[in-house]
Ligand binder design. Structure first.
Ligand code: ZN
Length: 375
């Protein structure tokens, strides 16, 4: 009877929505109320490479109402092996990944809102980029940004999910500030020296999809545990984790650092159920990354080049030369290593300092450094 008073288009729209999510609503852990919560949810995905693509694709299809996709990079042909939201046309056009992702998602779920942000997440813009978000998902490729997210999330009591994959190895951790360990509890310091990246060690798309599937499922559990509406939703924004403590679904959330290698089948779980006593971030609340103190200085260095004053990162030139060989022309002597990766030329010093020619964009230079030297 109510249908008679509604325009036909709205009936079609509503029934199409019910049909779209019908198999997910049947799943007991979601249900109709869970689906409504997903529709009201606001999630940020920081970094939209392989992991970010898979996370965004899964959550968009699941009906998460607002996805904010933040990425500083553009699509290249070498992305297509694993970055599931992009195609050959995106690479040919060098489309920003956030834009390409939003366009692709609109083709399979036009009912949700995707907010693409073509930007490098840094201390100066993190508050604006993550405004109004209730859950942050990690699709980044570097620890620098992850520590920044961790500081921000711990400071604001926002949940976030760390995810990473390189080679055939993948690892993920749920961070519920005030309840579980945070990233700095588990990894007090950024890995230094030789850190393998996807560009030097390669990556299997299956490792990416596995870690994204685990993280996306944890995200669904968190989102369906959220309070419903009105005043409760308001208080949820102020204390996003408070309501979770009494929610049954929250008991299903994993409280371990989970890692697995899809090639060797090795896997491990380390308890992350408790914060580490004395942790810089969640214990002492000393948010050095949020304050920008932990970041390397990046300066424009003459015409069409950028200098990265990296933290102390001793470079073994012989080893670096071997790793970089498949990706361009490499030469080194005792003092500098030169690496040509068209259209860029990187000059690397033994202490980790680098000069990158071919760009005046510090985000591009930072991205190159993270990809080829380490994050
Ligand atoms: Zn901590």
């Amino acid at each position: 009877m109510a249908q008679e008073t509604q325009p036909a288009g709205q009936i079609c729209g509503e029934s199409a929505e019910i049909e779209r999510y019908s198999r997910q609503v049947l799943f007991r852990g979601i249900g109709e109320e869970g689906q409504r919560k997903l529709a009201a949810a606001r999630v940020a995905i920081v970094g939209c490479g392989a992991t970010g693509s898979a996370l965004a694709g899964l959550l968009a299809r699941a009906g998460v109402g607002t996805l904010r996709i933040i990425d500083r990079d553009y699509v290249e042909p070498s992305n297509l092996q694993r970055q599931s939201l992009f195609d050959e046309k995106d690479a040919a056009e060098s489309l920003p990944k956030a834009i390409a992702a939003a366009r692709k998602i609109a083709h399979f779920n036009s009912q949700i809102a995707v907010e693409p942000k073509v930007d490098d997440l840094v201390p100066a813009n993190i508050q604006g980029l993550l405004e109004g978000i209730q859950l942050i998902l990690d699709g980044t490729d570097n620890f620098e940004t992850r520590y920044l997210i961790n500081d921000y999330a711990v400071d604001r009591s926002l949940p976030w999910i760390y995810s990473a994959a390189v080679g055939s190895y993948a690892v993920t951790l749920n961070i519920l500030p005030g309840q579980t360990a945070c990233l700095a509890c588990i990894f007090p310091d950024s890995p230094r020296g030789m850190v393998e990246t996807c560009e030097t060690l390669g990556i299997l798309n299956s490792a990416v999809n596995l870690v994204a599937s685990v993280a996306a499922t944890e995200a669904l559990k968190l989102l369906v545990s959220a309070p419903t509406s009105g005043a409760k939703a308001q208080s949820h924004e102020e204390h996003p984790l408070a309501a979770l403590k009494h929610c049954a679904t929250q008991n299903q959330l994993r409280r371990t650092l989970l890692s697995f290698d899809v090639w060797t089948n090795e896997h491990a779980e380390i308890s992350a159920a408790q914060p580490r006593v004395g942790c810089r971030a969640c214990g002492q609340r000393d948010f050095v990354h949020l304050a920008g103190e932990g970041r390397p200085h990046i300066t424009l260095c003459g015409r069409n080049s950028v200098q990265i004053h990296e933290r102390q990162r001793p470079i073994d030139f012989a080893e670096m030369d071997r790793r970089l060989q498949p990706h361009g022309v490499v030469r080194h002597n005792d003092f500098v290593l030169k690496f040509w990766h068209d259209p860029y030329e990187m000059t690397l010093f033994p202490d980790g300092r680098a000069i990158i020619k071919g760009t005046t964009d510090t985000a591009v230079a930072r991205s190159l450094y993270a990809r080829f030297v380490g994050s």
